[in-house]
Design a binder for this molecule. Structure first.
Ligand code: SAH
Length: 210
């Protein structure tokens, strides 16, 4: 799997001229995203999980995100597989997509750092799970999903293709609307009144007016 991803990445990088500079920027950010996340994934493998919600919804959502956010763009940039679904945007629009990567990477990095051992890609609670309410979690409850929203909205500006670029938007919208209430219910079940208190102080994606 890792070897296949690496091969696609190298192939995609060699085709940057055909794919356009927006796609090259997407590839660079994809690598940065992996550099941020992989150490956390490796470390948190040692977590003892006490409550996991790995049902058909959860597996379906994660598979959809993996496909639209990683597999389809990489495959397309490496092989041109979806060239028939391409569109073309002016350079200033690509610049918006590139600039959006700055708040994305900052927030993606901070939210991983702040959650630390409590982070997991799936919906789960670990032994000794603590409720994080500081750093980027002080004013909003879902900074990592906010970061991913920024990245998802920028993807079709950089990878100009209805399949490899755009499809990630409906996929993450489904993830957001299904996952967030379930995740909040999980946190409420684990932390009770402390989580309700936290919800009064911090908005879902926008800081609460205090
Ligand atoms: N929704 C958050 C976290 C995404 S990671 C965000 O967007 O930043 C998903 C996992 O993080 C969940 O399975 C849950 O166990 C954990 N989690 C979510 N919010 C948390 C918090 N405030 N403190 C500790 N763990 C949290």
């Amino acid at each position: 799997m890792t070897i296949l991803a690496f091969a696609l990445l190298v192939l995609a990088a060699t085709r940057w001229a055909e794919n356009g500079w927006g796609s090259a920027a997407w590839l660079a950010v994809f690598v940065a995203m992996c550099v941020i996340r992989v150490p956390h994934s490796l470390r948190n493998r040692a977590n003892i999980v006490v409550d996991a919600h790995k049902d058909v919804f959860e597996i379906g959502l994660l598979a959809m995100m993996f496909t639209t956010m990683m597999l389809l763009p990489l495959l397309h940039l490496a092989t041109g597989a979806f060239s028939f679904a391409a569109y073309r945007l002016p350079d200033w629009v690509i610049w918006i997509g590139v600039l959006a990567q700055l708040p994305f990477l900052w927030l993606f990095w901070c939210s991983h750092a702040d959650l630390g051992r409590n982070w997991s890609a799936g919906l789960e609670v670990r032994e000794d799970h603590t409720l994080v309410m500081d750093g980027v979690y002080a004013r909003i409850r879902h900074p990592m999903y906010l970061a991913i929203w920024i990245s998802v909205l920028a993807q079709p500006l950089l990878v100009q293709n209805w399949i490899a670029g755009f499809l990630v938007i409906p996929a993450f919208a489904a993830m957001w609307f299904i996952r967030v209430p379930r995740e909040e219910a999980l946190m409420r079940a684990r932390f009770g009144a402390a989580y309700d208190d936290y919800c009064r102080k911090a908005g879902r994606m926008m800081p609460r007016a205090s």
